[in-house]
Write a protein that binds this ligand. Structure first.
Ligand code: 9W4
Length: 417
């Protein structure tokens, strides 16, 4: 048996979800169509370690359609969707993943996928590459290269490369514009609002919606909350971001002030202690508080607990804290990423472009990997443009092209008044 999943009988329901994702990932499906004919990945063995979701399943099956054999594990013990893992196992993919595994099982799964002796690796967070470089060095000589999905993974790999510890080239998919910009703004924006609504069913129209941090994720949340009729208030520590928020039509103030008038709070700063005791003390009865930043440090839950007399779970992902001052505060998803814990993360249409970058980068490694150095490479701008172009075409949108004269004009520094 070349898989281990929770329950194979979930395969049919997983397959329906995968089909849904396929019909919302037109770029991936166009690439699948094109490369299933030319088979650029034929003879390659790809080991992947990335969240087992319906969108990832589309990536896995596209890699396979282009000729690769694939072996997979999840990159977070809590992110595997068991019905998707079952559907992939039933389709003959070697997959080791189930929801709620412990840390030991997590690394056991990675090792099983490495037994497959990969020629290419695909990571989200660099745990697979790290395991290969530490525990399975015998396999390194067989690997052409790898790709990495996230900021965290790219940081780890750049540090390894700087130390001379990276033993094969890796492409940083995260840094593609068609990945991070769309993920952060439109993916996080919609899915965070979705998480808040699923966990509370609150009406956003008429509410004061406080966004802590006006980076890409905060901006996405602000845009969408505003579109739902909320009055958006942004809090910032960076004056440039604060001006941006103001010029985009949002109120900007200190969290100390916002705490008094906010109805819904979302943190998207990447910093700890954004909402603490003195803020909770000022909040209105019924305030809703959640986080969409990577770590669950932005809301100081210890402070909230200390101020509270009691708490109870009133619906999935929604805990009611009764404060000693008699007011109620609702904490969503225990202060973890509300878009993933209470909703479904980025919509398939957003993952479409991220995973198109993964797919094309794997092909690039086959074509160019032998001549590449053992360092971290960026996505070429042409690939970003190609993916955006395919996405637009699948949306039925055509755009203008520069004429030869215009291109010459753009590069002619002599032209002027
Ligand atoms: N999922 C995740 C992580 C932790 C977690 C309630 C608290 C990231 C990107 C993509 O990290 C991911 N903890 C949970 S649920 C949960 C889910 N809980 C449960 O109690 C702890 C994750 C990429 N992605 C999308 O965004 C959409 N499709 C994708 O492939 C997936 C998952």
């Amino acid at each position: 048996m070349n898989y281990k999943v929770k329950d194979l009988s979930l395969a049919a329901s997983g397959r329906m979800k995968i089909e849904w994702a396929e019909s919302h990932m037109p770029v991936m499906m166009a690439l699948r169509e094109k490369y299933s004919q030319t088979q650029p990945l034929k003879g390659q063995r790809i080991t992947g370690c990335l969240h087992v979701t319906k969108e990832t399943a589309v990536l896995v099956e596209t890699l396979r359609a282009a000729g690769a054999e694939v072996s997979w594990s999840g990159c977070n013990p809590l992110s595997t969707q068991d019905e998707i893992a079952a559907a992939l196992a039933a389709a003959g993919i070697s997959i080791y993943a189930w929801h709620g595994m412990n840390v030991e099982e997590f690394y056991w799964c990675i090792e099983r996928t490495l037994d497959f002796k990969p020629t290419l690796t695909l990571d989200d967070g660099a745990d697979l590459i790290m395991t290969l470089h530490t525990k399975r060095q015998d396999l390194i000589s067989g690997v052409i290269g790898g790709t990495e999905e996230t900021t965290t993974g790219v940081h780890r790999l750049r540090a390894m490369a700087a130390d001379g510890a990276l033993k094969y080239p890796v492409i940083a998919v995260n840094d593609a514009e068609t990945k991070w910009d769309f993920d952060n703004v439109y993916g996080t924006g919609q899915s965070s609002i979705d998480g808040i609504i699923r966990a509370t069913s609150v009406l956003l129209a008429s509410k004061n919606f406080v966004v802590a941090g006006y980076g890409h994720c905060g901006r996405g949340c602000a845009l969408r909350a505003s579109g739902m009729g909320s009055t958006v208030i942004a809090t910032e520590v960076n004056p440039i971001q604060a001006i941006k928020a103001t010029l985009e039509g949002f109120r900007v103030m200190k969290m100390d002030e916002a705490a008094e008038i906010g109805d819904v709070f979302i943190t998207a700063t990447g910093m700890k202690d954004v909402i603490v005791k003195r803020h909770f003390e000022k909040m209105k009865d019924g305030a809703i508080v959640c986080n969409t930043g990577h770590y669950d440090v932005e809301i100081n839950i210890g402070d909230l607990e200390a101020l509270s007399e009691s708490k109870r779970t009133i619906r999935p992902s929604c805990e009611e804290y009764i404060l000693k001052n008699g007011r109620r505060i609702y904490l969503l998803a225990q202060g973890r990423l509300v878009n993933l814990a209470a909703a479904e993360g980025h919509p398939s249409e957003v993952m479409d472009m991220s995973f198109a970058n993964q797919f094309l980068s794997q092909i690039r490694l086959v074509n160019e990997g032998q001549g590449m150095e053992k360092k971290v490479y960026d996505i070429p701008e042409a690939q970003d443009q190609e993916i955006a172009g395919i996405k637009l075409a699948t949306m039925g949108i055509s755009i203008d092209q520069l004429t030869a004269e215009q291109i010459a004009y753009a590069s002619d520094y002599m032209a002027g008044t």
